[in-house]
Design a protein around this ligand. Structure first.
Ligand code: PFF
Length: 460
């Protein structure tokens, strides 16, 4: 056993450091790449509305739950379950989270790898001059279909992630997030101002912000809840591990509130950039968009070169944007790798470096089929392998993990015990009753019903 590993865990320097680091995990491709795809696939503003409700009623509830479990136990989810309810099957939720995390890391790193490719393309001048939709679309398709390029880019992401994780929490995550998150934020605001001032942007904003209630159905809700879990890094123990590094002084409620707020804001702004840009470039009405436009996994990569080409100083903006996107993605991949790593370090007494390298290698191998599936190579099924991985792990497994965490608190650890943990550092927790109701009834019932209906609808 390496006693040094235990002392290597460390704590966040302050509340601000924690909020930046947890937002670093939350804000990433989920908000900037995945959220707009979900909006495009699920009828626009109606999805946005369902997403906001899911974040507030379900996401915030589960986030607080994970932080409380983490801080109380000072452990990863498996260790926490073993500590709080020894000898029970609850630790299985932790194991499930570890497996889910490795699978999500595998395809998420593929998309992060695309950002590496796009950074290279931007630097070498691929987006100079006026970029049309057609040009941008064909550029994305040919890039994503180049097997060598996408696998090399995937490899780069996994190597960087593994390197940072092997250095431990303080040296790695905290330093990166504190400096770069505000810069990313500023850049996104500048790009969204440019997007809404494009001719024709109004139609895009209507699609994005004016809900068409006739478009509501269970699928929309299913994907909105899934997106809330995904974007807030919930349901697989990431926020439990992050919570385990928070000191007892900090206020969990306001920390959770800040993480939800900043993540949601970035997602909303990403949509404000993408939809006006798309509608400007395609000249479609919202109805035509819903009927004719094929939303692909490359939506963000197809839209950004267009908006960047319309910025004064676009070359520099483009380079900055893809560097920051890459860093936002890396602060998320780092948090995903931290889940299995902290399990192996804390529970199995592995060396941090070895744990990171083994899990990173597994994620790389698992990521190869996803990397190759966006360009004509079809693995196992006719559908895009990456899309299936995202549906199963990014949507369903995170939601199932989230529900089990709620049920663990409600019926095993008990709400009153978790509230004791939450109230340390936040004496004035006024929303106690609402949180208790959400964690016991609303969040688990809503998620279980949605998943059951979706399964019945698709299988029967
Ligand atoms: N929340 C991250 C994003 O939106 O990019 C993705 C993610 C990170 C999901 C960590 C799950 C997780 F545990």
């Amino acid at each position: 056993m390496e006693s040094q590993d235990i002392f290597d865990r460390g704590n966040w320097g302050s509340k601000v450091a924690f909020v930046f680091a947890a937002s670093g995990s939350a804000i990433g491709l989920g908000s900037i790449w995945r959220f707009p795809i979900m909006v495009g696939l699920n009828g626009g503003a109606i999805f946005v509305l369902c997403y906001l409700l899911s974040v507030f009623f379900i996401g915030l509830t589960v986030l607080l739950a994970e932080l409380a479990i983490g801080r109380h136990s000072q452990k990863n989810l498996v260790g926490a379950m073993k500590l709080i309810k020894p000898g029970t099957p609850w630790k299985g939720v932790g194991y499930m989270g570890i497996i889910t995390g490795v699978f999500i890391l595998s395809y998420y790193s593929v998309v992060a790898g695309w950002a590496v490719g796009y950074l290279y393309k931007t630097i070498t001048g691929a987006f100079r001059g006026e970029v049309t939709w057609q040009a941008s679309d064909s550029l994305f398709r040919s890039f994503a279909a180049d097997p060598l390029a996408v696998v090399i880019c995937l490899f780069i992401i996994i190597v960087i992630t593994t390197f940072v994780i092997s250095k431990g929490v303080k040296g790695g995550i905290e330093r990166w997030s504190k400096i770069l998150m505000p810069v990313l934020f500023a850049l996104i605001i500048i790009l969204s101002i440019r997007a809404v001032t494009l001719p024709g942007s109004g139609t895009g904003l209507t699609f994005y912000l004016k809900p068409d209630f006739s478009g509501f159905n269970l699928n929309v809700l299913f994907y909105a809840v899934g997106q809330a879990f995904f974007s807030l890094s919930l349901g697989m123990g990431t926020m439990t591990v992050y919570g385990s590094y928070i000191t007892k002084k900090e206020n969990l409620v306001s920390s959770a509130g800040w993480v939800c707020f900043s993540t949601t804001l970035v997602a909303l702004l990403a949509g404000i950039i993408i939809f006006p840009t798309l509608f400007h470039s395609l000249q479609l009405t919202p109805e035509q968009f819903k009927q004719e436009f094929e939303v692909s996994t490359g939506l963000m990569f197809q839209a950004f070169p267009i908006i960047i080409s319309k910025m004064p100083g676009g070359y520099i903006f483009g380079i900055m944007f893809f560097i920051l996107l890459l860093i936002a993605a890396l602060t998320s991949t780092i948090s995903m790798l931290e889940v299995p790593t902290s399990y192996l370090v804390d529970e199995k007494k592995w060396k941090r470096k070895n744990a990171a390298i083994v899990i990173g290698s597994i994620a790389f191998v698992l990521g190869i089929p996803s990397a190759l599936s966006n360009g004509g190579v079809r693995f196992l099924t006719k559908a895009n392998f990456m899309v299936i991985m995202d549906l199963v792990f990014g949507n369903i497994m995170l939601a199932v993990g989230g529900v089990l965490i709620c049920l663990f608190i409600a019926y095993s650890w008990k709400v009153r015990n978790s509230l004791k943990e939450i109230s340390i550092g936040s004496k004035s927790y006024k929303l106690t009753a609402l949180w208790a109701f959400n964690i016991k009834y609303l969040a688990p019932a809503a998620v279980i019903l949605i998943i059951v209906f979706i399964v019945i609808k698709n299988i029967l």
